[in-house]
Ligand binder design. Structure first.
Ligand code: ATP
Ligand code: MG
Length: 452
């Protein structure tokens, strides 16, 4: 394939569409004599008429040089693949209005240096996977080592041209996802490309080129050698793609080996995926489709709630203290959480969302005022609502909470008095649990029948 340089206007691309901070970085690099472009997802998404979620910048400047240029507003990260994060502060207008003060946010731009397409033998694993990728090169080498043709389009916002080495523009027009080079070799080099192909094709509505698809089945087992952290990152990208359910369907059909995504194995890669977990993903996909924000903590806490809830109900048959029973249920499910690569910090947040369900189910006047001010309240509240849709919550209590959250100071006092009647805490806890156990397990059964 020959190199083509095309005026960006031919494809309706211009700088008003590009993020201001990204333009600043490019300008500064070019002013200092380096070449610099926007590449990858940002260019691809704009050409497909979608709003990019971030911009990947690429330059001839090496990481240390980029760092010198941007000083304290930058940091070199990564080992296997060194890149530089450049920080810009910006004011979030919408949030500032909401909280009544200036709300500043850090905008991170990822800048990488052109990679060479030759990898020294010592940088490869025994399976042929690239372990270290800090061999710098020229733009045409860099274009070759990118994964798909549509990801190897370089936009120069100063010259206002697109540089296309591998026919990516043509593939954009034909809505085709095509790997660069020999597919088999490219997947051996980096098996995660299989997952990227499926995710990107679903997310962007691209057809996977026949030759690109054909090798998936021969190489998918190589994903088992990938570091957990990298697979976890990919799992997060799938969960926030806006097309999670269709991606999961494709991965299930591909018969991805077990243990690559332990969480998906348990919840979705089964003949009857859990209806609650599916609902969490459906809601997330719908929100992303409407450009609404989503919370990763909620997605994970919600997806994993069904096994927690089940263990909780089981625990309650031997332990009359609901809080302790929930804590035990959570620890019993720890394995699947940590096997998925979830960090301790993220886990603590998820756990908090689960533990707050106790405060909703069995509201206690003594602890009540701390509930809405809890940092995880929003996610826990969403989960509580979803649980209600699945008949896991006492209707009187659900109704009470909704009135409580809408009430002013005065009516809150009345509601507190009402609460004494509907849920005398300690006394009711024990009695309710015994009663509930039968009813809830009955509900669960009917639920399963509905879904079968
Ligand atoms: P998105 O950010 O929308 O998920 P993206 O294609 O931008 O999609 P990134 O992970 O941000 O994904 O990667 C940026 C660019 O880096 C890609 O467009 C591609 O050119 C290159 N790239 C990323 N991962 C790989 C890989 N595994 N092999 C080769 N090139 C890759
Ligand atoms: Mg990107």
């Amino acid at each position: 394939m020959t190199k083509q340089i095309i005026p960006a206007s031919t494809y309706g691309l211009n700088n008003t569409l590009i993020n201001h901070d990204a333009l600043q970085v490019i300008k500064k690099l070019q002013q200092h004599g380096y070449s610099a472009y926007i590449v990858g997802g940002g260019v691809r998404d704009l050409l497909l008429g979608k709003t990019p979620k971030d911009y990947d910048l690429v330059t001839s400047a090496e990481p240390e040089k980029i760092r010198q240029l941007f000083g304290r507003n930058s940091m070199i990260i990564g080992r296997r693949f060194k890149i530089v994060h450049v920080y810009y502060e910006r004011i979030n207008k919408e949030r500032s209005e909401r909280v009544g003060k200036v709300w500043r946010e850090r905008h991170i731009l990822e800048v990488s240096t052109f990679r060479s397409n030759t990898t020294p033998v010592h940088a490869l694993s025994e399976h042929g996977r690239i372990l270290v990728d800090n061999n710098y090169g020229t733009i045409d080498q860099d274009a070759y080592r990118r994964d798909f043709t549509v990801n190897a389009l370089y936009y120069d916002p100063i010259a206002e041209v697109i540089i296309d080495y591998h026919g990516g523009l043509n593939d954009i027009e034909n809505k085709l996802l095509r790997i660069i080079g020999n597919p088999y070799e490219r997947y051996i080099e980096d098996p995660v490309r299989v997952l990227r192909a499926i995710r990107l094709s679903e997310k962007l509505g691209l057809t996977i080129d026949e030759n690109t698809y054909i090798n998936f089945r021969n190489v998918k087992h190589l994903l088992l050698n990938e570091p957990k952290g990298r697979l976890f990152e990919e799992m997060l990208k799938i969960l926030t793609s806006g097309n999670t359910l269709s991606i999961l369907r494709e991965l299930y059909e591909l018969k991805l080996p077990r243990k690559i995504f332990p969480l998906f194995d348990k919840l979705f890669f089964v003949p009857e995926p859990d209806a609650f977990a599916v609902k969490v993903l459906e809601r997330t996909d719908a929100r992303l489709l409407n450009d609404e924000d989503v919370s990763l903590i909620f997605i994970l806490a919600g997806m994993m709630w069904p096994p927690i809830f089940k263990s909780w109900q089981d625990e309650l048959t031997v332990n009359s203290h609901p809080r302790q029973a929930l804590m035990d249920a959570i620890s019993k499910n720890k394995d699947v959480v940590f096997n998925s690569g979830i960090s301790q910090n993220l886990y603590s947040a998820i756990r908090e969302v689960w533990m707050l369900q106790i405060e909703f189910d069995l509201p206690s006047i003594a602890r009540l005022e701390h509930v809405p001010s809890n940092g995880r309240f929003r996610q826990a509240w969403h989960l509580f609502h979803l649980r209600n849709e699945f008949n896991e919550v006492e209707p009187v209590i659900f109704n009470w909470w909704n009135r409580f959250m809408l009430a002013n100071e005065e009516s809150r006092t009345e509601l507190l008095i009402e609460l004494v009647d509907i849920a005398p805490p300690e006394y009711k806890k024990v009695r309710k649990n015994k009663k509930n156990r039968k009813r809830k397990s009955h509900r669960r059964n009917t639920h399963h029948q509905e879904n079968n």
